[in-house]
Design a protein around this ligand. Structure first.
Ligand SMILES: C[S@@+](CC[C@H](N)C(=O)[O-])C[C@H]1O[C@@H](n2cnc3c(N)ncnc32)[C@H](O)[C@@H]1O
Length: 218
């Protein structure tokens, strides 16, 4: 086994997630004191750990569809809801946040509507149209990524003050197979098992990640 290659892919993954988390943090009004915060799709806590020590808040609730509580032993939270965020009953929160998770939901509009009824402030990042274009072009598979404009159209129906930005990360790999292995590890796409010949003919050594960031107030 070539450990260097494995580390390279690991680094790529951690670096992208961390960059997204750090940029997303700058969309939060961190001078404010929040009574209650909910994070949706917290995963292993890359974003949670970015805001946990820096924000002033009383209570923190976490959510993920999978039980990732073992990654949160250093974090003091009130509730961890292991549930599909689309089915989660939301109480009132001062702030709801989410990083790199909303691209998975069936209806972003239904989710945003529900969130807007429980919190006057929402800050999130989402993979958007053009994400992993190399995979779509070769394998014809993709999540149903929305464009930044499509997301803005939805948000404008529920929030009056919206700030946003988009960013592209291009990751370079030693070989096309390394790029595919990276995807397999991160699980950021709806990419499933593919035919051997289609996998063999994949010839891109880059992967493009496109992320949109939003801060929304009522
Ligand atoms: C790319 S990870 C991001 C994790 C974390 N927020 C971060 O910044 O590293 C996406 C997370 O969303 C979770 N997720 C996907 N669909 C979900 C759903 N419908 N409800 C709750 N969590 C979901 C996944 O289990 C995963 O942990």
């Amino acid at each position: 086994m070539n450990f260097n290659k494995q580390f390279k892919n690991y680094d790529h993954n951690a670096i992208t997630q961390k960059k997204v988390a750090e940029k997303l943090f700058s969309f939060i009004d961190y001078s404010k004191k929040y009574d209650s915060i909910l994070e949706l799709g917290c995963g292993t806590g890359i974003f949670t750990k970015t805001f946990y020590d820096k924000l002033n808040f009383n209570t923190l609730n976490l959510n993920d569809i999978f039980d990732t509580t073992s990654y949160f032993t250093d974090i003091s939270y009130n509730n961890f809801f292991i549930e599909d965020m689309e089915n989660l009953d939301l109480e009132n929160y001062s702030l709801i946040v989410s990083s790199s998770a909303f691209q998975w939901v069936d209806s972003l509009e239904t989710l945003i509507k529900k969130i807007s009824q429980s919190s006057s402030e929402l800050v999130f990042s989402i993979y958007s149209k053009g994400n992993l274009i190399e995979i779509l072009n070769h394998f014809g598979v993709s999540l149903n990524y929305l464009s930044c404009d499509e997301i803005l159209d939805i948000l404008n129906r529920y929030y009056s003050e919206i700030k946003f930005d988009t960013e592209e990360f291009i990751l370079e790999f030693n070989s096309p197979i390394d790029a595919l292995k990276h995807l397999k590890k991160t699980g950021v796409t709806g990419f499933k098992k593919s035919s051997y010949s289609l996998t063999k003919s994949f010839n891109s050594t880059i992967l493009t990640y496109r992320v949109s960031y939003f801060s929304c107030k009522k």
